[in-house]
Ligand binder design. Structure first.
Ligand code: MN3
Length: 202
């Protein structure tokens, strides 16, 4: 299969109260597009991967031929991570989760505020480029993780239900070095209904 850039589910300026339009244009149209292009180029060199879905490529990264494994890890991971990231944000979102997800957050972290503090610590504490994640185990237990570069929990067989890009390209135009401010603002964009739907799919 040829991998393609998913359209953003909103306009580039739709999140501008917290993430500016130019950042969204460059991040989606240049960075994410480059991951897609580079993934397709890697797969051309290893045609046996042509039938693998993006999930399959991430989950079985250890089975990808060594000659292209690094490229698939970085660019397949980049494609997977960003596709998830866009889908979990929306204008006029934020607020608090509800239902079973909210109960599980309280159980794992004490309450929603403590969860946000712990997630922010993971996001801010990731040295260099990477991601912060909320991961659901099959039994519903939630944990916070962070990964370097474009790695993701699926590469370790785990199910991410929320992810935050903390590469400088995600925030530098507006927030410069203030990654903590970007994380604080991003909560206003999280679509908890989508996160809850992923929690159900664990
Ligand atoms: Mn990014």
């Amino acid at each position: 299969m040829t991998h393609t850039l998913p359209a953003l589910p909103y306009a580039h300026d739709a999140l501008a109260a917290h993430i500016d339009a130019q950042t969204m244009q460059i991040h989606h149209g240049k960075h994410h597009q480059a991951y897609v292009n580079n993934l397709n180029a890697a797969i051309e060199k290893a045609p046996e991967l042509a039938s693998w879905s993006l999930d399959h490529l991430c989950r079985d990264i250890a089975k990808v031929p060594e000659s292209v494994r690094g490229a698939v890890r970085n660019n397949g991971g980049g494609h997977w991570n960003h596709s998830l990231f866009w889908s979990l944000m929306a204008p006029n979102s934020g607020g608090v989760p509800s239902g079973e997800l909210a109960s599980s957050i309280d159980r794992a972290f004490g309450d929603f505020s403590k969860f946000r503090d712990a997630f922010k610590a993971a996001a801010v504490g990731r040295f260099g480029s990477g991601w912060a994640w909320l991961v659901a185990a099959p039994d519903g237990t939630l944990t916070i993780e962070s990964t370097p570069n474009q790695d993701n929990p699926l590469m370790e067989g785990r199910h991410a239900i929320l992810g935050l890009d903390v590469w400088e390209h995600a925030y530098y135009l507006h927030y410069q070095n203030r990654r903590p401010d970007y994380v604080d603002a991003w909560w206003n964009l999280v679509q908890w209904s989508q996160v809850a739907a992923r929690y159900e799919q664990r």
